[in-house]
Design a protein around this ligand. Structure first.
Ligand SMILES: O=P(O)(O)OC[C@H]1O[C@](O)(CO)[C@@H](O)[C@@H]1O
Length: 257
């Protein structure tokens, strides 16, 4: 197995990380050639999507030639309900940009046959020629998409049972339910690693352990994000809190401090 060192950028705070990520996405879309994006959800992504929406509004970027595939969706949560990733995507990005109708693909967590839904999605990604640029967040337990610890690095899109820690982290998004959903459908780790380039964004102290394990710990299914070191084109954008447990960051701070 060949391992790579992701390109790491540590920025002051969440706003600077979102600004930098937006600049990278906008640079990729400039010129108007067709681009297939992989999209993530979650609190980390919200300021990035706000900047991309704003940039589209002012004409600084267009999504007309973009096709997108979202990473994951909760099972059994209808699209209109709070906590649905489909609802999140409409609220934060899709309703504010000029993407062509039908070009934004989302997993259907309400599908009766989730295996067929996963196969449909993999087929659509393949038919689109694969993903050019995948945006990723990271869970506090190191998950990417909803590939929880223990997920096979050779996994493709499938149904997964969420960790109790992930369900606790999700609780605030599902206040109208007696408990957050226990299952999701997610692109697999191999599906994610098939993207031609990947940008990971991580902010806040709660992500520091996962970032340190992903970049400096062993490459192991115990930390799904460590699989990113098997990919040759990964950029990690962190704020100082998320980078705080990285030896590489601590050494730099010691030298410049
Ligand atoms: O940005 P958050 O809300 O901390 O979530 C972290 C990651 O976990 C997920 O919720 C699971 O896919 C992603 O949407 C997100 O990138």
């Amino acid at each position: 197995m060949t391992l790579h060192s992701p390109h790491l950028e540590v920025l002051a705070d969440h706003a600077s990380v979102a600004e930098r990520a937006a600049a990278l996405v906008i640079a990729r879309l400039r010129g108007g050639a067709p681009v297939t994006l992989g999209l993530a959800t979650g609190a980390t992504m919200t300021p990035l999507y706000a900047r991309l929406s704003e940039a589209c509004c002012t004409g600084a970027v267009s999504f007309r030639a973009v096709t997108s595939f979202n990473l994951d969706e909760h099972v059994g949560v209808p699209p209109h309900e709070p906590g649905s990733f489909e609802r999140y995507m409409h609220e934060h990005l899709l309703d504010h940009i000029d993407m062509a109708p039908g070009h934004a693909h989302l997993l259907d967590g309400m599908a009766g046959d989730l295996e067929a839904e996963a196969a449909r999605y993999e087929g659509l990604i393949a038919a689109a020629g694969g993903i050019d640029l995948q945006l990723l967040g990271i869970g506090a337990n190191g998950h990417i998409g909803y590939n929880e610890p223990g997920s096979d690095f050779a996994s493709r899109t499938r149904q997964i049972t969420l960790d109790p820690a992930t369900r606790r982290a999700n609780a605030a998004s599902f206040l109208k339910r007696s408990s957050p959903p226990d299952r999701a459908i997610t692109m697999g780790i191999e599906t994610i690693l098939a993207a031609r380039a990947i940008i990971v964004i991580a902010t806040g102290r709660a992500k520091a352990k996962a970032i340190a394990a992903a970049l400096e710990g062993p490459v192991t299914t115990d930390c799904p994000a460590s699989a990113l070191r098997m990919h040759g084109d990964v950029t990690i954008l962190c704020d100082e809190e998320a980078a705080s447990l990285l030896a590489a960051f601590q050494n730099k701070v010691r030298k410049t401090g």
